[in-house]
Each structure stands twice: as C-alpha cells, then as structure tokens.
Design a binder for this molecule. Structure first.
Ligand code: PMP
Length: 391
C-alpha cells in the first residue's frame, strides 16, 4: 500500500497526550495539560445556550458573525489603540490553531523560510513544513529566555517570508519586551517579511507588565497577523473560537484558506464571544489577577517541595528546575516518575524543542506546570511532591 503523507506520519503522539494518558492510568493530578479547571463567565454560557435553543445552528457567514467581527475590531482599539476595519481586517476561525494553519497555507509557498522561536508550540512546525515552508529555529533557554540577537539575525535570509512570534510565550511564560520587539520589527522590515503573532495569552500578563502586539509598532501594521483565542481569554478552551486581525491583502488570502479548512465556526459560540469581548476592563484585569495569585501559590508550594521555581511574566504556565531536588535523570524521567510515584503530572520542557542537530544542547532539567487550577488542587499537588521528594 502507498504510504500516507510523510510529514504527518513523522510525528508521534504528542507529549501532552502521552503524559495525560499516564496521569489517568495512575490517578495523578494533571498539571501537565494547559486548560483551566473552572469554566469562564456564566453569562457567555447562557448566551450560547439561548442561541442554540433559539435556532442559531446553521452555517454563519464565512468571515464570522458581524457582531463578533465588530467586537474584535473594538477590542483592538480599546487595548492597543489599533484602528481596525472589521469588514476587511477581521476573520473568525475555529480556534487559534485553525488560524495558524490558515496563515501557513495562505502565506507560504514551497521553499519559503519561516523564523520560529523555540521552545515552540506544537502545531507550528508540522504546519509550516506541510505548507512547504522551511523552519529556521532560534533557541531560547531557561531560566532567562533571552532572545539572542545574533542568532535571530542569522536566522533571517532573503528567503524569509514569515516570522512566528508567540507572546506571551507558551511554555516559557515570557512576555517580549519593547527592545526585543523593535529589533524583530527592524529585521522583518529589512527582509520584507511578515509576522504571524500568536497572542492567545494577551490578557494573561502579570506584575503590571503590558503586552504589546508587534502589530502596534511603527511599520508593522501591514506586516503582522494578530491571532487571539476566546478559549484562553474566557477560560473555555473547548470552544475553539479564534480571531484574526490582519491587513486586507493578508486577510483575504487567510480567509481563502479558512474557506477550505473549516469554512465557518459555530455561530452560537461566536455570539457569546462577541458579548465577552465587550466585558469591561475589570473582567480582563481580574483574569490576570486571579491567575497571578495562582502562580504565586504554586510557586510557593513548589519551592517548599524543593524545586527551583522561575516566575513567568505571562501565560498560565510556570517552569521549574528539577536539579535542586537532587533528581539525577532528565526532565522526561522526572515527569514520568512524579506521575507514577508522587501522583502529580507536569510536562518536560525539552518536548517543546525541535529534534535537530542542536537537540543535545537543549535544556533537559526544566518542567512545566499549569496553574490555571483550583487552589486546593494546586495545594494538593505541591503537598504530594513535597512528601515524595522528602523521602
Ligand atoms: N497557541 C498557543 C501558544 C497555545 O498555547 C494554544 C493553546 N494551548 C493555542 C495556540 C491554541 O489555541 P486554540 O485552543 O484557540 O486553538
């Protein structure tokens, strides 16, 4: 029989799934997978429910419901002072994942180079390669996660078509600062490239830091695609409603890909997300505030358990160094052993690196915890780790 596609068959089951299966098998507390264990705003659920009962169940417009597209444009203005024409610059997708895939399919031609920053979110590489792009990775390492200027510059060439920027970044918890963003903008302009900005954690930023979309920098408005996710902003990851803001020429191409990938996104969810994006500033502030408290709670507990905690600036992930516990093996063994024997699951940070010729140099002693969980779940996990690691 003929073989199936070589790119897709190259990838095994993701570490997220592998660790979740192990967690279930051992009845472990799962702080590996990144999703909140509390649903988002009940008024949004009521709106979605009412619309479903009230017959908003057929194909909505391909670009998305007008109310939501307007709400996305207004959200861009309110938070980032971006003037966005909702009719020509906003598209609704089935999650940020679909938006990312649409962008690769719409923008890349075979042979185009894409600058990608590691550690990398898992869908980026397969979709770049499947679309014919050639990834050029730039590596960030814990605990500082500094963007190395020389390596970044070296990753660009005359064939660079795209840069993929995830800020705030999963799993690093890094929020790119203005100096880094200006440097990136300069390289993008010099190489006549575009940027896909995965900003799904835009409202999960801590300690008074501000998230700055690359799109808001001088010269970047017509070179950037900005992607948001209702799943993250409203703590309902299963909804899979994403929103794309892009200049008209890019958006038209991305919309073509969307047309052939999903065509539309569930309308009752879109209606509810339109309401959510209109929430007052307090909603967005409270989301970050509540998660910052959880970050601090988990950090204190993990420190008590003997791990070397590094505070994230954003996202709902925290990374910890396993070496202070005296554990001798690598991050993958640590995650497996803690799942099996301590009853707590986390993810190895090495899983977010590309298996290329530099694979051996990547960090192998950091693990990622998700802290978007009930306080008692976080406490319980820390107690279990503390008890186990003390033995
Ligand atoms: N990008 C990043 C960096 C993410 O962490 C996630 C979700 N884990 C996504 C994209 C996907 O978002 P969605 O669920 O809206 O597809």
């Amino acid at each position: 029989m003929k073989s199936v596609n070589s790119v897709m068959s190259m990838y095994g089951t993701t570490i997220f799934e592998v660790m979740s299966v192990l967690a279930r098998e051992h009845g472990a507390i799962n702080l590996g997978q990144g999703f909140p264990d509390t649903d988002g705003p009940s008024d949004m659920k009521e709106i979605a429910n009412a619309h479903m009962v009230d017959n908003l169940n057929q194909y909505p417009p391909m670009m998305g419901l007008t109310d939501l597209r307007r709400a996305v444009a207004e959200h861009n203005k309110r938070f980032y002072d971006l003037d966005v024409d909702w009719e020509n610059e906003v598209l609704i997708t089935s999650g940020a994942t679909e938006a990312l895939a649409d962008c690769m399919l719409a923008i890349l031609d075979p042979g185009d180079e894409v600058v990608v920053i590691e550690p990398v979110y898992d869908s980026y590489l397969p979709m770049i390669i499947r679309a014919g792009g050639i990834p050029k990775t730039v590596r960030l390492s814990p605990p500082g996660w500094e963007l190395p200027e020389a390596e970044l510059k070296a990753a660009f060439s005359e064939r660079t078509k795209l840069v993929l920027l995830n800020s705030p970044q999963n799993p690093a918890g890094k929020v790119y600062n203005p100096t880094e963003l200006y440097g990136l903008a300069r390289l993008i302009t010099e190489h006549d490239a575009y940027a896909i900005c995965d900003e799904v954690y835009e409202h999960i930023v801590f300690d008074g830091l501000a998230h700055t979309p690359l799109m808001s920098l001088p010269g970047m408005r017509n070179r950037c695609v900005r992607i948001g996710s209702a799943g993250k902003t409203f703590s309902m990851t299963g909804w899979k409603v994403g929103y794309v803001t892009a200049p008209p020429a890019l958006l038209a191409a991305i919309a073509k890909a969307h047309q052939f990938v999903t065509f539309t996104t569930p309308p009752m969810l879109q209606a509810a997300v339109a309401r959510g994006l209109g929430n007052d500033n307090a909603y967005f502030g409270n989301l970050a505030g509540a998660l910052q408290d959880k970050r601090d709670r988990l950090a204190a507990g993990l420190e008590r358990a003997g791990l070397g905690v590094h505070m994230p600036e954003g996202t709902y992930f925290l990374n910890a160094d396993i070496r202070p516990t005296g554990f001798q093996d690598d991050d993958v063994s640590f995650c497996q052993q803690m799942t099996r024997d301590a009853g707590v699951t986390m993810l190895p940070v090495s899983a977010f690196y590309v298996e290329n010729e530099h694979f051996d140099e990547m960090p192998r002693h950091f693990v990622r915890f998700c802290f978007a969980k009930h306080d008692d779940v976080l406490d319980d996990a820390c107690d279990k780790l503390e008890a186990y690691l003390a033995t």
